[in-house]
Ligand binder design. Sequence first.
Ligand code: PGA
Length: 254
Amino acid sequence: MRRFLVAGNWKMHGSRAANAALVSEILLAGQADDGPEILVCPPFVYLWEVGRSLKDGGIALGAQDVCAEAGGAHTGEVAAGMLADVGCSYVIVGHSERRALYGESDQLVARKFVAAQREGLTPILCVGETLEEREAGRTAEIVLRQLDAAIDLAGPGAFARAVLAYEPVWAIGTGKNATPAQAQEVHALLRERLAAKDAKISACLRILYGGSVKAANAVELFAMQDVDGGLVGGASLNGEEFRRICGAARKPGA
Ligand code: PGA
């Protein structure tokens, strides 16, 4: 059975003081055996300090991006080995803001996915369509193209050590989440695509939903068969709200 994962993507928010307050609230969530795995992804400069403050609280640390190169003359970039060195176990790759605002292609994202795994990090590969693409009936084409780029470069076996996140662009930061049925439809499609290559790995792959997840909609989203947790932006900056989302990450009857 897949264990839920609830990940907080802090984006470009925070300060040393604000992070300390947020972490102490999140730590109150504790780590129940039947609860979700919990992850926080602060900006690069705060990773070390946040990681230390999470110590022994059972909460994982991740980064929001990584360089596709292993090191060297790449001014301003951060290598996967450095992220592992400061205590990260996860890294988000291909977030739609990276794709749209910083021109990241499917191929670059796939290289980041591979670079992360090479250093033992678990990549969280984000896929998702824009509103225009959804309205043009192109959702499946877009998300499968984004997934295929990583499968083609890394191989289906690599998904034994990866997480997928479906984040419809029109739902991110808009307050307008996908309906549980809309999310389930795309999650099932993504799982099927990987199942065609490797059924066992596909059955174990965690697929997170992201896009305006909040405590008020988390229970119904997480109740869907192929939704294995959430990638939470805005609501992860409020400790109590984030804890409530974590509390919603249990299969009904579990
Ligand atoms: P949101 O962001 O929860 O604020 O919509 C989600 C994300 O971008 O990961």
